[in-house]
Design a protein around this ligand. Structure first.
Ligand code: NAD
Length: 359
């Protein structure tokens, strides 16, 4: 039976980069027997324009039926003045929580071809391949009580609550160990157990889960040290698993090790393996409509979709190899251009990946 893929182009460069990823899916269907059906929906600003909400009901129905979702990006200057509850970014939070996408996988990969793009020395980052597994639906971003209150003396006080249940830690830890089994079989759990009770419990639960994965080597690191180690010696890591807020910060630092925001895909999965796949960058309104955005992060999001939701590891490897091959040919979009390479636009880059896939 065909698998159902919902395509949500979103705003800004979203439609341009998603179009290139769809070309890749088309080739996989035509030439490699991938049995999928694509449906398109609106989200973010596009959802607001179409239906008055960044996560319209129609999109919600499609999302709940999908086996996987491919998303471009959301956001744009024209929506900045809207009430907070209908801003484009709310659409993303809504779909994540609607589908319970608790496990956010953010790889930081730096192929040899792009080692010069990093601000770190090539020998420190060339060949980097880390996977950060960030808990996405719990922790301090969602904990209650939260708010801003006025104290008796008239001073205002902001407060949030960091809270994790055992079951929430257990499922994100399992997600990380499962992924480590498909990679280098090492998990580093990042916490702040020297200060936070939540982290103490987190560590305990992660250790219990580890007993089910005897082949995986588990280590623990405090988050401040992890931030340091990421810029000092990032290649020491295989899989990092951490809470929502720590993951938010560490994964951006890890992404920047690679020097090119246009190259990094991500996945957000739920317990059934249904996932939403998207580039880590935003809608880049500054370059939207110019045909110069880098589509490779979105194309590599397709590769993650094949690997983690559609169980088509060989096809995922083929897409990754096609991306590597266009980089080896010296093709670069403007964001990763260096002297001596050939600058191409969004569509030409997508076409080159498609051509490499056909070879
Ligand atoms: P951004 O990631 O959109 O852009 C940052 C810089 O990187 C810009 O100079 C942009 O041109 C460049 N860039 C990003 N993606 C690129 C690509 N594929 N190719 C070439 N260059 C690329 O971040 P921002 O400027 O802070 O935010 C712009 C909008 O995107 C805002 O509305 C923000 O809320 C939204 N946003 C959305 C998401 C998402 O959809 N997941 C994530 C972050 C930001």
């Amino acid at each position: 039976m065909s698998q159902n893929i919902l395509v949500l182009p979103g705003d800004g460069i979203g439609p341009e980069i998603v179009a290139e990823a769809v070309k890749v899916l088309d080739v996989l269907q035509a030439d490699y027997g991938l049995d999928i059906e694509l449906t398109e929906g609106s989200i973010g600003g596009a959802g607001y324009d179409a239906a008055g909400h960044p996560y319209p009901d129609e999109t919600k129905l499609l999302a709940r039926k999908a086996d996987a979702i491919l998303l471009g990006a959301v956001g744009g200057y024209e929506y900045d003045k809207l009430p907070r509850e209908v801003r484009p970014e709310r659409g993303l939070l809504a779909i994540r929580s609607d589908l319970d996408l608790f496990s956010n996988l953010r790889p930081a990969i730096l192929t040899e071809e792009l080692a010069d793009a990093s601000s770190l020395k090539p020998e420190i980052v060339a060949g980097l391949d880390i996977m950060i597994v960030r808990e996405l639906t719990g922790g301090i971003y969602f904990g209650k009580p939260r708010g801003i209150r006025t104290l008796d003396n008239g001073e205002r006080e902001g407060y949030n609550t960091l809270v994790y249940r055992e079951s929430e830690v257990e499922r994100i830890a399992r997600s990380a160990f499962d992924i480590a089994m498909k990679r280098g079989k090492r998990v580093c759990s990042v916490d702040k157990a020297n200060v936070l009770e939540v982290s103490e419990l987190w560590r305990e639960v992660v250790e219990t889960v580890a007993e089910d994965y005897p082949q995986v080597e588990l280590s623990h690191m405090y988050v401040d040290n992890a931030a340091m180690q990421l810029v000092k010696d990032p290649k020491q890591f295989d899989v990092i698993v951490t809470k929502n807020m720590f993951g938010d910060i560490l994964s951006d630092a890890a992404a920047m090790l690679t020097g090119s925001i246009g190259m990094l895909p991500s996945a957000s999965l739920n317990a059934k393996g249904i996932g939403m796949y998207e580039p880590i960058h935003g809608s880049a309104p500054d370059i939207a409509g110019q045909g110069i955005a880098n589509p490779l992060a979105t194309i590599m999001s397709v590769s993650m979709m094949l690997r983690y939701s559609l169980d088509k590891v060989e096809l995922a490897d083929k897409v990754d190899a096609a991306v590597k091959s266009v980089l080896q040919q010296g093709l670069r979009t403007a964001d990763i251009y260096v002297e001596g390479t050939e600058q191409v636009g969004t569509a030409a880059m997508g076409d080159a990946v498609v051509a490499a896939l056909k070879n």
